[in-house]
Design a protein around this ligand. Structure first.
Ligand SMILES: Cc1cc2nc3c(=O)[nH]c(=O)nc-3n(C[C@H](O)[C@H](O)[C@H](O)COP(=O)(O)OP(=O)(O)OC[C@H]3O[C@@H](n4cnc5c(N)ncnc54)[C@H](O)[C@@H]3O)c2cc1C
Length: 338
C-alpha cells in the first residue's frame, strides 16, 4: 500500500533543507496548501553557497527537448502553469533560437527535434528583437517559454513562503537526522552523503552590461563548438552562458571566457564594447541519467538531480511532493521508495 504522510499542522512543521530553487518551491507549495513549513538555508539571504544563483533562469521546456528526455518536457510544461499561477509576474516573452548560415544543418536539426516554435524570416527577427535587425536571416521563435532572474526570483519566492505562513531561516545549517517529523532534503550537490552517485556539472557564465542592445527574451545561438545563450537582465545587463563541463572545479577558465565572449560578439558586435560585470560558475547537481529524482524513505523525502533544469522543473517536482504528502500519490517516473 502506498505510504501517506499526513500534514503536521499544529505539531512539528515540515522541514525543508536548502533554499535553492528546489527547496523554495517545495516550501512555497506546502505553505500555500496550509502546512506548517520551515525552510532552512545554511547561507545568508544572498544564497552564495547554492547553484541556483548562477542559473540562467530559462523556463524552456520546448527548446530543452533537443537534448533531454520527454520527462523534462512533461514536467517543464506543467511547471510553466505553476510559475504563471504562483508567480504571475514571470515574463513569458518566449525564446529565440538563431544560427549563423554555415550552421544551418544544426539549425534544421534543432527545429526537427523541438516543437511549439514558429519560423521567422529576417523581418520577423527584426520585429521580435529589433536589436538583431539585419544580423540573422531566420530564427525559431518559441512563444510560450519564459525566463526569470534567479537573484530576484529566489527572494520573491522566500517572501511568498512567509506570506503563506511559512518560516525561512537563513544561516541555519540543518542535519536531516536532527529534525523531527517530515523532512524534505533539497541540498543540491551538498547531499552527496545520501546520494553517492550525485555529481556536479560545471556551468560557467559571464554577466556583461551595455545599453547599445536591447533584448526581450533569451536568445540561443546554435554553434557546433560554442553553443550559448544570452539572457536579458534588468539594468541593461546580459548573462552569457553557459558551459557544461564534467568537472567540480569552481573556477572559470580563460578558454571558456574567450569562447563565451567570442560567441556573443558574433551575435552582435556591440557586445564587444560591453562592460564585464561578473564571471562565475555553479555546479549543476546531476544523477547518472541527468534526470530529477524524488526518493521517499520513511518520513524523509529527497529531491535532487535537477541538473540543468532546476528552474524549469522545481514547481512540478514540488507539486508531486505535495500530492504525495496529502494523498499518497506516486509518480512512477520520478519517485522512488527507498
Ligand atoms: C550556469 C548555469 C546556468 C543554468 N541555467 C539554468 C536555466 O536557464 N534554467 C534552469 O531551469 N536551470 C538552469 N540551471 C540549473 C539550475 O541552476 C540547477 O538545476 C538548480 O540551481 C539546482 O537547484 P537546487 O535547489 O537543487 O540546488 P541549490 O541551488 O544548490 O540549492 C541547495 C541549497 O541547499 C543549501 N544547503 C546545503 N546543505 C545545507 C544544509 N545542511 N542546511 C541548510 N542548507 C543547506 C545550499 O546552501 C543551497 O543554497 C543552470 C545552472 C548553471 C550552473
Amino acid at each position: 500500500m502506498v505510504q501517506k504522510l499526513q500534514a503536521q499542522q499544529g505539531t512539528s512543521p515540515i522541514h525543508v533543507i536548502g533554499a535553492g530553487i528546489a527547496g523554495s518551491w517545495q516550501a512555497l507549495l506546502l505553505a500555500k496548501a496550509g502546512h506548517a513549513v520551515m525552510l532552512h538555508e545554511r547561507s545568508d539571504a544572498a544564497m552564495a553557497q547554492g547553484t541556483s544563483r548562477w542559473a540562467g533562469g530559462m523556463l524552456a521546456p520546448y527548446c530543452e527537448r533537443e537534448g533531454s528526455e520527454p520527462l523534462i518536457t512533461r514536467l517543464g510544461v506543467r511547471s510553466l502553469d505553476l510559475w504563471r499561477r504562483h508567480h504571475p509576474s514571470t515574463p513569458f516573452n518566449g525564446s529565440l533560437v538563431i544560427a549563423h548560415p554555415r550552421d544551418r544543418a544544426d539549425y534544421e536539426r534543432f527545429a526537427r527535434l523541438t516543437s511549439h516554435h514558429r519560423r521567422l524570416d529576417a523581418d520577423g527577427v527584426m520585429r521580435v528583437e529589433p536589436s538583431l535587425d539585419g544580423r540573422f536571416r531566420e530564427a525559431l521563435f518559441f512563444p510560450d517559454e519564459g525566463h526569470v532572474e534567479p537573484r530576484r526570483v529566489l527572494p520573491a519566492l522566500h517572501a511568498g513562503i512567509r506570506a503563506a505562513g511559512g518560516t525561512v531561516k537563513f544561516n541555519s545549517e540543518a542535519r536531516r537526522g536532527d529534525l523531527d517529523g517530515t523532512v524534505i532534503d533539497c541540498r543540491g550537490i551538498a547531499a552527496r552523503d545520501v546520494c553517492p552517485d550525485l555529481r556536479g556539472v560545471k556551468g560557467e557564465e559571464i554577466t556583461i552590461e551595455t545599453d547599445e542592445i536591447e533584448l526581450s527574451r533569451p536568445v540561443r545561438l546554435l554553434h557546433p563548438r560554442w553553443p550559448l545563450y544570452i539572457i536579458p537582465r534588468e539594468n541593461h545587463r546580459f548573462m552569457i552562458g553557459a558551459t557544461s563541463i564534467e568537472s567540480e572545479d569552481s573556477g572559470v577558465t580563460v578558454r571558456s571566457a574567450l569562447e563565451l565572449l567570442s560567441a556573443a560578439y558574433t551575435v552582435h558586435p556591440a557586445f564587444g564594447e560591453a562592460r564585464i560585470i561578473e564571471i562565475g560558475s555553479g555546479l549543476r547537481p546531476a544523477l547518472p541519467d541527468n534526470l530529477p529524482r524524488i526518493v521517499i524513505d520513511g518520513r524523509t523525502i529527497t529531491v535532487n538531480g535537477l541538473y540543468r533544469h532546476g528552474f524549469l522543473l522545481a514547481p512540478a517536482l514540488a507539486e508531486l511532493t505535495l500530492n504525495f504528502i496529502t494523498s499518497g500519490t506516486i509518480d512512477n517516473e520520478v519517485m522512488q521508495c527507498a
